[in-house]
Design a protein around this ligand. Sequence first.
Ligand code: USQ
Length: 382
Amino acid sequence: MRVMILGGDGYLGWPTAMHFAAQGHDVMVVDNYLRRNIARETCSEALMPNPNLVERVRLFESVSGYKIRVEIGDCCDFRFMERIFTDFVPEAVIHYAEQPSAPYSMIGYGEAQLTLHNNLSATFNLIWAVMQYSSDCQIIKIGTMGEYGTPNIDIEEGWIEIEHKGRRDKFLYPRQAGSLYHTTKVLDTDLLWFYVRTYGIRVTDLMQGPVYGLSTPEVDQDQRLLPNFHYDDIFGTVVNRFLVQAVAGVPLTVYGKGGQVRGYLNLKDTLQCVELAMNNPVESGQLRILNQFTETFSVNQLAEKVQHVGNQMRLNVQVKAIDNPRKEKEDHYYNPNHSGLLELGLKPHPMTDNVIAQMLKQVMCYKEHIDIRKIMPRVKWN
Ligand code: USQ
């Protein structure tokens, strides 16, 4: 299949591109280096140096023999989108091309505006490019579990049946996000649903939890193919941050009471989920929403797990609760359904002690790159 990956330079986009190329698909990666630029501006560079996308593709070809096409450009520029769509005519588009950080979106007006404009415009332009140049193409969009927030009722997979005054109907599950970034994902979903029901485009919206890890079959061939692995307060997700903190000898930064529960998944499972969504296409006029995570943990449970394994490796890991910089519930009910991807065939890689140990070993190879000034939270919205 011809697969276009928007945001192909990112933590998820780059491993996805290599994985699909290795499955024999014709892959085009598209990126404008927004995340790299913001990371540089906010002193939030990744743990290991990552070659640029053109170099990454060259390296991957020399290691594996598979080719990937590269387009450097901005998905918010519709002329650019028109050109790459008429040139490539994708059969599936994986859409990761969004500003992905909740803290970044909460710094101030400029960062909020950039996040809103970038995320909504990229999604809007993608919808129009598909409608005009590749109307049968599947859109696979990365949403977030954070769209739902932490309601005091079970979270369904995208939709809910409501009975009201004796009548029933099905609606998008209520959404109440905790950051402007997460809110842009809510708005994306609404935008997609409008165009799905009005013009019959085909969309899968994957509500993903925080991802961890840096190993995939393709990455493991050569360390120069590693994804960008962030551990700073802006782009680092909690598990990756705790791994680096454990190696650096910095107490694990549990925010507040640590009772915040989220659904987590291994990077390898992100690749599986996206592939399953693509290989099981939806009908025209269908918005399929799948909750994409494999296990739920509280922040305290994650800290305990990393501490336990770290101490077996003689890292003497400490845990220290610090003031929560975010406005979020620290003690709450959380029971999201996530059966859809399992029914499609997902085989989860759980967060075992061995998986944590392997990740710690990988991070230990880059110990001298860790800059502990990047660890404590700088952005507060509590
Ligand atoms: N947390 C800590 N200590 C830390 C970092 C985070 O206790 O040092 C807590 C946060 O307060 C939060 C939880 O861990 O309760 C998860 O935080 P996170 O930074 O790992 O994840 P988040 O900001 O929600 O965003 C990440 C990705 C985002 C994706 C989202 C999925 O950056 O792109 O959409 O995970 S979800 O969280 O399900 O919305």
